[in-house]
Design a protein around this ligand. Structure first.
Ligand code: HEM
Ligand code: HEM
Length: 181
C-alpha cells in the first residue's frame, strides 16, 4: 500500500475542518441575513489563506497521491477531477472573498487589524460607497457560485470516502488517517 506523507495528512485534515467550518458559517449567515457574523467569517476566511496556500503549494510540488490498486481508469479520472475542483475552490473562495471586501466598501478587519478600510457614504450614515461596482459584482458572483460547486464536490468526495471504506472495504480512508506508523 502506498503511504501518504505526514504533511499530506496534516494539511488535508486541517484544511478540511477549516473549509467545512467556513462553508457552514457562510451558508448560515448569508441565508439567515445574520450580519453580525460577517466580520468573523471574513477574518477567519482571510486567515485561512495562511493554511490553504502552503497546502496547495505542497500538493503541486509533491504531486497527487498514487491511487491504490485495483482501480478502474475512470474512477481515477473522476477522483482526480473532484480533487482539482476542491483545490481550485479552496483558493478561489478566500481570494474572491478578500477582493469582494476590498471593492464593496465594507472593508476587511482581521480582529482589529484594518486590512482594507470601510468607505462610509457621507450622504447616508450607516451605508457605504462601493469603490468598484465591477469587481464587487464579479467577486460576489464567483464567491456564491463557487461555494455551490465546492459544496457539491465536497458531498461527492465524502460519499466516495464512505463508499471506499464501508462498501469496497479498502484502505483509501485508512491511509488518510494513518498519521502514526
Ligand atoms: C475558504 C474560505 C471561505 C469559504 C469556504 C467561504 C464560504 C462562504 C459561503 C458558503 C458563503 C455563502 C454563499 C451564499 O449562499 O451566498 C459565503 C458568503 C460570504 N463570504 Fe465567504 N468564504 C470564505 C472566505 C471568505 C473571505 C476571505 C471573505 C472576505 C474577506 C468572505 C466574505 C463573504 C461574504 C461577504 C459573504 C456574503 C455574501 C452575500 O451575502 O452576498 N468569505 N462564504
Ligand atoms: C469528512 C470529510 C472528508 C473525508 C472523510 C475525506 C477523505 C479523503 C480521503 C480518504 C482522501 C484520499 C483519497 C485518495 O487516496 O486518493 C482525500 C483526499 C483529498 N481530500 Fe478529502 N476528505 C474530507 C474532506 C475534505 C474537504 C472538506 C476537502 C477540501 C475542501 C478535501 C480535499 C481533498 C483533496 C484535495 C484530496 C486529494 C489529496 C490531497 O490533496 O490531500 N477533503 N480525502
Amino acid at each position: 500500500m502506498y503511504k501518504l506523507s505526514r504533511p499530506t495528512i496534516a494539511f488535508h485534515w486541517l484544511t478540511a475542518i477549516t473549509i467545512l467550518g467556513l462553508m457552514g458559517l457562510g451558508f448560515y449567515m448569508a441565508n439567515t441575513n445574520t450580519n453580525s457574523l460577517y466580520p468573523l467569517h471574513k477574518a477567519l476566511g482571510a486567515l485561512s489563506l495562511l493554511l490553504i496556500l502552503p497546502r496547495v503549494v505542497w500538493r503541486l510540488r509533491e504531486g497527487w497521491p498514487k491511487p491504490l490498486e485495483p482501480h478502474k481508469k475512470r474512477e481515477i479520472t473522476a477522483a482526480r477531477t473532484v480533487h482539482w475542483v476542491l483545490l481550485i475552490a479552496m483558493v478561489g473562495m478566500p481570494v474572491s472573498g478578500v477582493i469582494m471586501s476590498a471593492t464593496n466598501g465594507y472593508g476587511l478587519s482581521i480582529f482589529g487589524l484594518d486590512v482594507f478600510p470601510r468607505v462610509p457614504d457621507p450622504a447616508n450614515p450607516g451605508a457605504v460607497l462601493i469603490p468598484s461596482p465591477f469587481w464587487d459584482t464579479l467577486t460576489r458572483w464567483v464567491h456564491e457560485w463557487l461555494s455551490y460547486l465546492l459544496a457539491g464536490a465536497v458531498a461527492i468526495h465524502i460519499a466516495a470516502a464512505i463508499k471506499h471504506h464501508f462498501f469496497n472495504k479498502d484502505h483509501t480512508l485508512r491511509r488518510m488517517l494513518n498519521f502514526r506508523r
